[in-house]
Each structure stands twice: as structure tokens, then as C-alpha cells.
Design a protein around this ligand. Structure first.
Ligand code: DX5
Ligand code: ZN
Length: 213
């Protein structure tokens, strides 16, 4: 399988959102990653369903919505109806996480689980059969531009063993050209990148380097 690249709009220039989305699309992006933060689960506030709805009108690329929020079960329906294709929720968050995954699927989004660096893959194995993707974070959630925690990389092989071929494995946090090779070798199939793409001068080149093209 080709490595999928999901630019995170968190580092895009929001005054030029349409241009930025069109530019990463033209540069070969496979998905658009949307980092949703509530100021409670993480110490930062970003965007909500309004932005997802706007992004959905700007691109046909799948919208990969990473919900770093408490009580995701209250909001997944709204995100799905706004055009989220994938919805990732955190098991570390307060709330009904299995319920949030069920609601995401019920409203037409693909359910996924996202785990923080300190959360063991083993601890979420009961979610097998309920998710189509596992997002393994390689930075503490909250901000782009942090350094990848390389000690998280063995988690992809562990996840492959526990979840099998059917569950996609996504990496999020600190991936850049210099470490993308080891990230792919570790078994990540979807690479999220904010800084490495949106802070580069040549988006196509940045995406190609992450993919190993
Ligand atoms: C962090 C977010 C990431 C972040 C990645 O909480 O989930 O998606 O934007 O940013 P970079 O690629 O700059 O580490
Ligand atoms: Zn993310």
C-alpha cells in the first residue's frame, strides 16, 4: 500500500484557507487532517464543525478529523454531518468513547481511535472490530511543531499484531523528511504533518519526501 499523506490544516494560513487546501491537493495530498481541540482535553483551542463544513466545500479529499476533546459523543454527529470522513476519538478523554465510535459510524463517518504517547496499544485492544484506524500520536497532543518521540515507533508493529491488516495505522506528531523513512519502516501507513508541509516552500516536494517518493 502506498503511504498516505494527510496535511494537518493546523499550520495552514487560515487567511488563505482556500488557496492552502487547493495547494496541498495539487501537491498530492491524500487526505486533509483536521485537529479539533477544546481547551479541556488539551491546552489549546482550534476549530469545530464550522471549519469542517467549509473544508468539505473546498475539497473532495477525505477529511480526517482528530477530536482532541472531552465528551466526544456529544459532537461526533455534528462532525459527521459537516463532512468528516474519518473521526478519531481519544480513549483518554472523559465520556462514552465506545458510544462516540458507534455514533460516528451511524452517521456515516469511519470510526478511529487516537492514543497519546503514554497510552499502551495493548490497553486499547478491546476496540478491535470497532475501528478502521488507530492513530498513534508521537507528540503530546495540543500543538504542532513538536519533536517526534521516537520511543513511540515500536507501537506500530505492536498495533499491527493486535489489530491485524484491516486497521490502518496513522502517525501524528513531529514527522518530517528526516525521520519519515524510519516512520514508514516502523509501519505507519498514514502520515499526518502540519509544520513539515505548511511551513515548507514547496508543498509537492515536502509531501514527496514524506512519502519516500
Ligand atoms: C497535535 C496534532 C497534530 C499536529 C502535527 O496535537 O494532533 O496533528 O498538528 O503537527 P506537526 O506535524 O507540526 O508535528
Ligand atoms: Zn492530529
Amino acid at each position: 500500500m502506498k503511504t498516505l499523506i494527510a496535511p494537518s490544516v493546523l499550520s495552514a494560513d487560515f487567511a488563505r484557507l482556500k488557496d492552502e487546501i487547493q495547494a496541498v491537493e495539487a501537491a498530492g495530498a491524500d487526505w486533509i487532517h483536521v485537529d479539533v481541540m477544546d481547551g479541556h482535553f488539551v491546552p489549546n483551542i482550534t476549530m469545530g464543525p464550522f471549519i469542517v463544513e467549509a473544508l468539505n466545500r473546498l475539497t473532495d479529499l477525505p477529511l480526517d478529523c482528530h477530536l482532541m476533546i472531552q465528551r466526544p459523543e456529544k459532537y461526533v454527529e455534528q462532525f459527521a454531518k459537516s463532512g468528516a470522513d474519518w473521526i478519531s476519538v481519544h480513549p483518554e478523554a472523559e465520556g462514552d468513547i465506545p458510544g462516540a465510535l458507534e455514533l460516528a459510524a451511524k452517521h456515516g463517518a469511519k470510526p478511529a481511535l487516537a492514543i497519546k504517547p503514554g497510552t499502551a496499544v495493548e490497553s486499547v485492544k478491546s476496540y478491535a472490530g470497532k475501528i478502521g484506524m488507530l492513530l498513534v500520536m508521537t507528540v503530546e497532543p495540543g500543538f504542532s511543531g513538536q519533536k517526534l518521540m521516537a520511543d513511540c515507533l515500536p507501537k506500530y508493529a505492536q498495533a499491527k499484531k493486535l489489530f491485524g491488516e484491516k486497521v490502518l495505522l496513522e502517525i501524528d506528531g513531529g514527522v518530517k523528511a528526516e525521520n519519515a523513512g524510519s516512520v514508514r519502516t516502523a509501519g505507519a501507513q498514514v502520515i499526518v504533518a502540519a509544520t513539515a508541509i505548511f511551513h515548507s516552500k514547496d508543498y509537492a516536494r515536502a509531501i514527496g519526501a514524506l512519502r519516500g517518493a
